[in-house]
Design a protein around this ligand. Structure first.
Ligand SMILES: [Fe+2]
Length: 221
């Protein structure tokens, strides 16, 4: 099982605090049935430090005993807008792995939780731009976004645009904000998700991944 979204790198965002926690998370991932990990530290204020993240990646790989670990990023839309495509795209072309089987590099895009549906066209434009650059766009945890909780057609539209949707496994326990179980279950049953990922920040999130995959994994596209 691939875990394509997690915060396992030591000391670079609000995930693993040090290498020992990273290694404990890696052990938990293996127990949960994960066979391959893509590290996706936050590219969002105040976390984004590219060099520190690549150093943390090298450190984890050096201690991972050959376990397959690749490097990616979870890019917040707002941060992408402030850095700009010209600087961002070459960076990600180097490192963003393909997780979709299409051979294209994957861009894991995080939207803002409270964005009203009236502003989603801004996101659609960005997604078109990313697709034009050759990326497969994966939308991180749509179940967390208020507009999608209220209107599943937005999620459907994202899928029709060619995006893949990724659920964060802690939805099985209600989710980060406590409102994610119902929308996630609905979108799973409607066949809108392509991935369930741990989005792990701590060891226990891998337990949620095992439970989420056991119960809902068969509903992925
Ligand atoms: Fe995340």
């Amino acid at each position: 099982m691939l875990d394509m979204h997690c915060h396992i790198l030591p000391g670079v965002d609000d995930g693993a605090r040090d290498l020992s926690e990273s290694l404990a998370m890696l052990a938990a991932a293996k127990r949960a049935g994960v066979t391959e990990i893509v590290c996706t530290p936050h590219c969002r204020e105040p976390y984004f430090d590219f060099d520190a993240m690549m150093d943390a990646y090298d450190l984890l790989v050096a201690h991972a005993d050959g376990f397959p670990i690749r490097m990616g990023f979870e890019v917040a839309w707002r941060t992408l807008m402030s850095i700009g495509f010209d600087h961002w795209a070459p960076l990600l072309n180097l490192d963003a792995p393909s997780v979709s089987g299409t051979g294209k590099a994957t861009f894991l895009l995080e939207l803002s939780v409270g964005t009203p549906s009236s502003e989603y066209p801004l996101y659609y434009q960005t997604i078109f731009d990313l697709q034009g650059l050759g990326f497969d766009v994966v939308i991180a945890h749509p179940e967390r976004y208020a507009a999608i909780q209220h209107d599943e057609d937005i999620a459907r539209h994202l899928v029709e645009m060619g995006c893949k949707l990724q659920a964060s496994a802690d939805f099985v326990d209600g989710g980060r904000l406590g409102r994610e179980l119902r929308p996630a279950k609905r979108m799973l049953r409607d066949g809108l998700y392509s991935f369930i990922a741990s989005d792990a920040h701590r060891v226990e999130h891998y337990d949620a991944l095992a439970r989420a995959m056991a119960k809902y994994g068969h509903l992925l596209r």
